[in-house]
Design a binder for this molecule. Structure first.
Ligand SMILES: *[C@@H]1O[C@H](CO)[C@@H](O)[C@H](O)[C@H]1NC(C)=O
Length: 412
């Protein structure tokens, strides 16, 4: 029986030996056993170290950057001036009430000005087949990442992307809590935009972070060529690493950057209401973030003025400043409005400007300059200016087109 199972006998012998010998010898045996295991353990450990090392290398050089640093996209020229691709189709009074714009003090949106075109002005309707007819043009001032209030404002005016043309007037990102959500919504709904100074700073910081050429401006020519305009100086802040615009720029996805990059500095809106004390007529309108120089043609404007200005500098008002407390500074819209009134009384062409940027002066509606940054980021209001044409049929069956606009606000 013992001959049949030699292995068991050796094992049992060895067991007997171990238990019969003193402790030190026993432990010596154990050490010997471990050092035999050692070669294999060391081999496993080396392999594990190599795998761990490669894994760490992959994690820090490929996985992390791919996950947290978005791919970069090259910047294209920012259009200094462009045309809106829609026109206002006149809507009936019934449709206006459906949109809850004709009734005073309905629901939560506060209502401000309502102007009516009382004079018998015949208006030649636009019939350009390249343009899409819409019921309303809606302009919204500086949203600054306040996504919730932005959506609240849109639902209060019954915004429909199919029948409205919405344009955000710049500074729709930075400062507030949800810049990315605002961007995603603007992109998903194909919303039109004007470049603000904060979008421009973010593009500058984006170029810095991804090592790209700094953003620049282009002027489209009639023959579809473009001419380059100077970009204005990039003022890198000393603490740019903690600059909120730099932090936002680092997180931007290529589609965000492409969206911001395609916003124009100035946009032609077509004819808009010109509100006088007893009547409303119309004149060409434009949208811009901060303002324009009254003494220069639109294609001669300097983008730095258009993105930053708040005041003209006297005595000639042919220079601008972003600092209204500067000596000889006077609100640009005040002078601009005065100059346009002079032009109108001389029978010259006039221009109506819708702008944002000046939260300090708040909602500031003049005949030819309409400021609609009402300070949402400072906890005040977010404003939408809604522009439409209303078709009125007289008792004699004659159609009269009225130019109308009204501002709506939500509390921020
Ligand atoms: C502003 O206008 C005055 C008077 O016409 C002129 O002397 C001055 O050079 C102008 N300044 C600028 C910056 O164009």
């Amino acid at each position: 029986m013992s001959d049949d199972t030699p292995l068991i006998r050796i094992n049992s012998n060895s067991n007997i030996r171990k238990y019969s010998e003193d402790e030190s010898e026993y432990y010596l045996d154990q050490d010997d056993d471990l050092s035999h295991y050692g070669l294999f353990t060391k081999f496993i450990a080396y392999v594990l170290c190599i795998i761990l090392g490669l894994g760490t290398l992959y994690f820090f050089t490929i996985f992390l950057p791919d996950t947290f640093i978005p791919e970069s996209t090259d910047l294209v020229g920012i259009q200094k001036i462009s045309n809106i691709n829609v026109y206002l189709n006149p809507i009936s009074q019934e449709r206006v009430s459906e949109l809850q714009m004709g009734v005073k003090n309905v629901g939560s949106p506060e209502q401000y000005d309502e102007y009516e075109n009382e004079n018998e002005q015949d208006y030649q309707s636009i019939t350009d087949s390249k343009l899409k007819p819409v019921e309303r043009i809606i302009l919204i001032g500086d949203i600054h990442g306040h996504y919730t209030q932005f959506r609240k404002l849109l639902s209060s005016i019954n915004y429909k992307k199919e029948t409205d043309h919405l344009i955000v007037l710049g500074d729709f990102i930075t400062k507030g809590p949800d810049s990315s959500k605002v961007l995603d919504y603007l992109i998903a709904n194909d919303i039109d935009c004007i470049l603000g100074n904060h979008e421009y700073y973010v593009l500058q910081n984006y170029a810095l972070f991804h090592n790209l050429d700094q953003p620049f401006f282009v002027i489209p020519q009639e023959n579809n060529d473009i001419s380059l305009a100077e970009s204005y100086e990039f003022k890198i802040k000393d603490n740019f690493n903690s600059d909120p615009e730099y932090i936002l720029a680092r997180k931007l996805q290529p589609e965000h950057v492409k969206y911001i990059n395609h916003c124009s500095v100035i946009k032609h809106l077509g004819d808009v209401p010109v509100v006088k004390s007893k009547s409303t007529s119309f004149a060409p309108g434009i949208a811009v973030h901060a303002g324009i120089r009254w003494d220069l043609e639109l294609n001669e404007q300097d983008p730095e003025d258009n993105l930053e200005m708040r005041s003209y500098l006297g005595p000639y008002f042919n220079e601008t400043t972003s600092d209204p407390s500067e000596e000889d500074a006077i609100s640009w819209s005040k002078i601009f409005n005065m100059k346009q009134k002079e032009r109108a009384s001389n029978g010259d062409n006039t221009l109506v400007v819708y702008y944002g940027h000046d939260a300090h002066r708040g909602l500031n509606i003049k005949r030819y300059a309409k400021g609609i940054d009402s300070g949402c980021d400072a906890g005040k209001q977010l404003t939408a200016m809604v522009i439409w044409k209303e078709s009125h049929i007289s008792k004699k069956g004659k159609e009269n087109i009225l130019f109308k606009e009204k501002s709506f606000q939500v509390q921020c």
